[in-house]
Ligand binder design. Sequence first.
Ligand SMILES: Cc1cc2nc3c(=O)[nH]c(=O)nc-3n(C[C@H](O)[C@H](O)[C@H](O)COP(=O)(O)OP(=O)(O)OC[C@H]3O[C@@H](n4cnc5c(N)ncnc54)[C@H](O)[C@@H]3O)c2cc1C
Length: 292
Amino acid sequence: MDKQINILKNEPLSKYSFTRTGGPADFIAFPKSVDEVRSLVKQAKNDDLPITVLGNASNLIIKDGGINGLVIMLTDMNSISCDNHEIVADAGASYIDVTIEAQRNSLSGLEFAAGIPGSVGGAIYMNAGAYGGETDKIVKSVVVLTNDAQIKSLSNQELHFGYRHSLIQENDYIVLQATFELQSGDSNDIQLEMDHFNSLRASKQPLDLPSCGSVFKRPVGNFAGKLIHDSGLQGYQSGGAQVSTKHAGFIVNVDHANATDYLDVIHHVQAVVETNYNIHLETEVRIIGRDK
Ligand SMILES: Cc1cc2nc3c(=O)[nH]c(=O)nc-3n(C[C@H](O)[C@H](O)[C@H](O)COP(=O)(O)OP(=O)(O)OC[C@H]3O[C@@H](n4cnc5c(N)ncnc54)[C@H](O)[C@@H]3O)c2cc1C
């Protein structure tokens, strides 16, 4: 691998993941520019190493065996700029920072994301959303690196957004940058809306404990949290992972959990809800890596 770019070997990913779980990455790199990402991708291909891209690791369960090959973590590529009604942000920029930049520039449309703790790349990948807002409503275009190391711009339509879904999930594209198109608004109103959403979050979500947010997607015509609550599963614990007593859709790390504890809780919840309601809860969180 390239000697110029900071690459760590055998680095525990529990240091980076929001659940504080996950085994080591064979290699992890923190590129600072598109050129560095490109050169990492080319070298990994030459060395026959699989590549995994991480944003803020806030929607992941990384298995205890860690990740094979090269992990590229984009958090050092984080510039954000504003021009008229548009905000251009690097993939590794914090989505929350983008909402702050929008508010500072009296731009409305991103208020819903005020408390989503991911990166811009992760928000595009997941089509992150909250409180009736969704990323696809404000994305104009996205710059990606294709698997043959070409840079390409994709329009909103080309990204095939759906509920917690985008085209990026179907190929190996790496999101490098996104352009958001917003509307003029009143900066005080925007701030009030953001504060309102953040206080709703604080009142309903266990933000004091490590978690990966809502673990399950919303099943059609229902709510995962309600099915889990009504099944009496809040407080169910395996090892150090527990179905939150504050928000049934969250699984929190209450006592040095590992990824196996998380997966055990997920499988138990899925089995009980399936028995009770004949509904399969599909995970929203991405489960990646190898078994120990
Ligand atoms: C307390 C809490 C609250 C949350 N609330 C919400 C919420 O309200 N709404 C919501 O939608 N989500 C929520 N989440 C989940 C999470 O923050 C979002 O899904 C977020 O968009 C994930 O971004 P990330 O950068 O952390 O992605 P990561 O967790 O790093 O990665 C998620 C997936 O995206 C891929 N990916 C990341 N960056 C790139 C890139 N640049 N190019 C290609 N692929 C990439 C990864 O490979 C992985 O498969 C919450 C999480 C927590 C912990």
